[in-house]
Design a binder for this molecule. Structure first.
Ligand code: AMP
Length: 337
């Protein structure tokens, strides 16, 4: 039997999981588990690159682990980045194969380091923020990943990973690293219901995201008050707010309701409240199912944590093997163990 391709993807533990994260990334991860060997990381080293609370980091990391399992990610595929310190060591080695100029040209770095931007760095720009894509390259290459399911916004980072791999291979005179490819899957871009001109995100504030594990009444209230007429639609064009509500219905796989309501929209009989109710029901159903699973997991907290420590230790073996090879190839010493 042909060996399954290796998929690798990571998510930062920066707080609540919202429906943008779920429909735009996590739901896809769940589906990919059928076809590929998957490794999914909760990347806490990455979460330190912007101002953060040390008190909250560990709490957020475990919360995200529990939430990911509740949404359907298999625990054996999950690891916590700081339980595999080889990521940081490989990152150092890769720093010496990464171009400083290329790092300063990364769009995400430019966005996050510009004062006054959406994801304001609070005036302090860490070297970690500049180095973020090098750590990301280490995350990917340490598992010899074939595919990385990322959105268009991450394509530039993946290109950098390939550049680093290529430069390393050239330097050591061996095609050691496989060059990882982007796994493009169609995922929705979810907009903020409070301001559909921007994407759903935590950094813009509480009203700009809907928490997958949030309170039912709040989810319903957020959908009920979703902006429908943004005044940006020229005659005949669907407004961004309505588009977003239809997008959410489709993402929640309510295709019959989607078709029916779209028909009503097209013949001019759609009542926005009917669309909002359908979206609210969809999100609440998903949320209730996940919350029930989360409750079960919470009653076995210790067991779940031990399971993740074990899966991290298991995944770590692959990382250790790669690092041993890399140190050997690059003329460094290997600790015997
Ligand atoms: P973040 O927490 O912003 O790093 O996002 C984690 C993952 O969720 C990334 O893969 C993003 O592409 C995805 N994501 C975040 N916000 C949205 C959104 N509004 N729509 C679709 N995907 C999103």
């Amino acid at each position: 039997m042909e060996k399954k391709k290796q998929v690798l993807s990571c998510i930062q533990p920066t707080g609540d999981m919202h429906f943008g994260n779920y429909f735009g990334a996590v739901k896809n991860w769940v589906d990919l588990q059928q076809k590929y060997d998957c490794i999914y990381g909760v990347v806490d080293y990455h979460a330190m690159t912007m101002p953060y609370s040390p008190k909250k980091l560990r709490e957020n990391t475990w919360a995200l682990i529990f939430n990911l399992i509740a949404t359907g990610i298999k625990p054996e595929f999950l690891f916590i980045q700081s339980l595999i310190p080889e990521h940081a060591e490989l990152c150092w080695i890769f720093n010496c194969f990464a171009s400083y100029g290329q790092l300063t040209r990364m769009t995400q770095f430019k966005d996050k380091s510009t004062h006054g931007n959406e994801q304001d760095s609070g005036g302090f720009i860490s070297a970690g923020l500049l180095d973020y894509p090098v750590l990301q390259a280490a995350d990917i290459l340490i598992y010899q990943a074939d595919y990385v399911p990322v959105g268009k916004d991450q394509e530039q980072h993946l290109e950098l990973s390939r550049n680093i791999a290529q430069r390393f291979n050239n330097q050591v005179g061996k095609e050691y690293f496989v060059l990882p490819e982007t796994l493009f899957t169609e995922v929705p871009k979810v907009k903020s219901t409070a301001d559909p001109s921007r994407k759903m995100s935590k950094s813009a504030g509480e009203k700009h995201y809907i928490n997958v594990f949030g309170d039912e009444a709040r989810i319903r209230k957020q959908i009920r008050s979703a902006v429908t007429d943004t005044g940006d639609s020229t005659s005949g064009e669907m407004s961004a707010g309505i588009q977003n509500l239809f997008e959410l219905l489709k993402a929640g796989e309510q295709l019959d309701a989607y078709d029916q309501l779209m028909k009503e929209y097209e013949n001019g009989t759609l009542k926005y409240v009917a669309l909002k109710d359908a979206v609210a029901d969809t999100l609440v159903n998903i949320s209730n199912e996940f919350k029930a699973r989360r409750k079960e997991l919470d009653s076995n907290k210790k067991e779940v944590k031990n399971q993740i420590k074990a899966s991290s230790a298991n995944i770590r073996k692959k990382a250790q093997q790669t690092l041993r090879d890399v140190k050997e190839l690059s003329g460094l010493m290997n600790v015997k163990f």
